[in-house]
Design a protein around this ligand. Structure first.
Ligand code: G3P
Ligand code: MG
Length: 258
């Protein structure tokens, strides 16, 4: 069974605030969301930070790869003004800050490991280790007496990078993983087994009802990104999809039911 929340705010606060920042998570919270997806990559000095793009230019001013800059340099950058004047000066959020914010407010996390090319293993390793260290008590409780409730207290790591997920598995076997794929290929079950993943996360645009049924029949969780209309949300939930993230936290509430 899917122990996690059904409706998740994509990149913190969907399209209502600068993605992957604390401002985004505050926005999600203000809209009633207690579940969040965000992207994590490494700075040049190996510190996990919240970021989607591997290069500067869209959400951060400047040029070059995120992995060219230290955490001190990145957290001094303005990650909000690209979105709107009211967010000028919103800093880049570290993974530690995000975990602390989510714990403080009772927010469940889908942590998407988003490595800059060439840093897949290192990113998977560092993110998983940081998560394991932060959730040590919850991991021990879950391993001692596994239940839906103890599973619900753990975050879920996901990644398009199998190498990152494998590294996460080695670094922190007690933190659950989800296999993330844009299109579901024929070898999906083998991939899930090899990664000892608990769920498959996929693009709702390419999901077919028969695939959804097969994944659920095999006993895995099924989660979709990024669902932005009420109609589509109802369709995929009727196919057996367990949960999804949305950019339209204003249209699809945290308590949405099909
Ligand atoms: O984790 C699901 C989704 O966020 C994947 O796509 O590009 O928005 O990170 P992207
Ligand atoms: Mg993402």
């Amino acid at each position: 069974m899917w122990p996690y929340p059904k409706i998740v705010a994509h990149r913190g606060g969907g399209k209502l605030a600068p993605e992957n920042t604390l401002a985004a998570m505050r926005c999600g919270l203000a809209h009633g969301f207690r579940a969040v997806e965000f992207d994590v990559m490494l700075s040049a000095d190996g510190v996990p930070i919240l970021m989607h793009d591997p290069v500067l230019g869209r959400t951060l001013p400047g040029l070059g790869r995120v992995s060219d800059y230290t955490a001190a340099e990145l957290t001094a950058m303005d990650a909000g003004s690209w979105f709107g004047a009211e967010f000028i000066g919103e800093p880049v959020c570290t993974y530690q800050q995000a975990m602390a914010f989510c714990r403080q407010h009772g927010i469940w996390m889908n942590v998407e490991i988003k490595p800059v090319e060439g840093f897949e293993v290192e990113t998977g390793h560092v993110v998983a280790q940081a998560t394991q260290a932060y959730f040590e008590v919850e991991v021990v409780a879950h391993l001692a007496q596994p239940s839906l409730e103890t599973a619900r207290n753990l975050p879920l790591l996901s990644s398009f990078s199998s190498a990152a997920l494998r590294a996460a598995q080695v670094a922190a076997v007690g933190i659950p993983r989800a296999y993330l794929t844009d299109v579901i290929e024929d070898d999906w079950q083998q991939n899930l087994q090899e990664l000892a993943a608990v769920a498959l996360h996929t693009n709702h645009k390419y999901l077919a009802p028969m695939q959804a049924a097969a994944i659920k029949d095999a006993g895995y969780g099924l989660f979709c990104y990024t669902v932005n209309t009420v109609k589509r949300a109802g369709e995929i939930l009727a196919w057996g999809v367990d949960g999804f993230c949305t950019d339209r936290i204003d249209l699809i509430g945290a308590d949405f039911c099909q």
